[in-house]
Design a protein around this ligand. Structure first.
Ligand code: NDP
Ligand code: 8X3
Length: 256
């Protein structure tokens, strides 16, 4: 394991789930953290917790869909934070589970604007600095949904297939530089993901994970940490990480 102590990592979607777990695990590894999300109060609560352990934190209240806001937030990063070593493009969501021909166009736009365009904006604004400083690692959080489309998953699955394609393209375009690109593709992880998908219908959200042992956000953060702590000549290009109770996008083992 190579130390990442003292490096600067920017985590999008740090207010919940996988992003918050990455923040905690990176903090324990001695990383300086830029935490980004829309819900400021959540970020502040996490920051307070991590600062008590000695972690240096900078908060960005940011909607990744807002290209102008992303550009100005990143350009305005004060000196100690402006050289980002690790970018975790994690912010993302699903909305609804509908047949494509019956789906909500605004839901599609929200997913594509967040999962694809938001990830692109962060990448476009931060990777040039990584190339310039001769050091950097981009970790994109994709999904098994980017490998296998499931019924009614259509646009969410497309957004995650795009994350895989973008990760592959970025890796190709960075060939010849030391900057690494990893895509981590989890299966079912119990977070607020399904609450958001079903717009606060917690009973329905719970059924997604009922009777099986899903991944925890910490399981995914652990994989992310593994990827960024390999020696500089090793690029873990793609990781598909599933619960033992899951063998495909729709193939799960439920006890009840
Ligand atoms: P959560 O809902 O718990 O977290 C999602 C995070 O994304 C929140 O911090 C949220 O912050 C942030 N976010 C959403 N929209 C925006 C936006 N427009 N601008 C900035 N931040 C935003 O879900 P997960 O932790 O599960 O999801 C994290 C990633 O993991 C997503 O990309 C998801 O697609 C992916 N994933 C999840 C799986 C799962 O089963 N849970 C499996 C595979 C992949 P805020 O609302 O405060 O802005
Ligand atoms: C989230 C996993 O299967 O709920 O990307 O779409 S799934």
């Amino acid at each position: 394991m190579v130390s990442i102590q003292g490096q600067v990592a920017l985590v999008t979607g740090a207010s919940s789930g996988i992003g918050a777990a990455c923040a905690k695990m990176f903090a324990a590894a001695g990383v300086k953290l830029i935490l980004a999300a829309r819900r400021r109060e959540r970020l502040e609560a996490l920051a307070t917790q991590l600062q008590e352990l000695g972690t240096e934190i900078h908060l960005l209240t940011l909607d990744v869909r807002d290209r102008t806001a992303v550009a100005s937030a990143l350009q305005a990063l004060p000196e100690p934070w402006s050289k980002v070593d690790i970018l975790i493009n994690n912010a993302g969501l699903s909305r609804g589970l509908d047949k494509l021909y019956e789906g909500s166009i605004s839901d599609w736009e929200e997913m594509l604007d967040t999962n694809v365009k938001g990830l692109l904006y962060l990448t476009r604004f931060l990777v040039p600095g990584m190339v310039q400083q001769g050091r950097g690692h981009v970790v994109n959080i994709g999904s098994i949904a980017g490998h296998q489309t499931y019924p009614k998953g259509n646009v969410y699955c497309a957004s995650k297939a795009a994350v895989r394609a973008i990760s592959e393209g970025l890796k190709q375009d960075l060939l010849g530089t030391p900057v690494r690109v990893t895509v981590v593709d989890p299966g079912l992880v119990e977070t607020e993901f399904s609450d958001i998908r079903f717009r606060g219908d917690q009973e329905r959200a719970k059924t997604v994970y009922a009777g099986l042992a899903p991944l925890t956000p910490e399981d995914v953060a652990d994989v992310v940490l593994y990827c960024v702590t390999r020696p500089p000549h090793v690029n873990v290009s793609e990781v598909l990480v599933l619960p033992t109770d899951q063998a495909g996008a729709t193939l799960v083992n439920r006890q009840s």
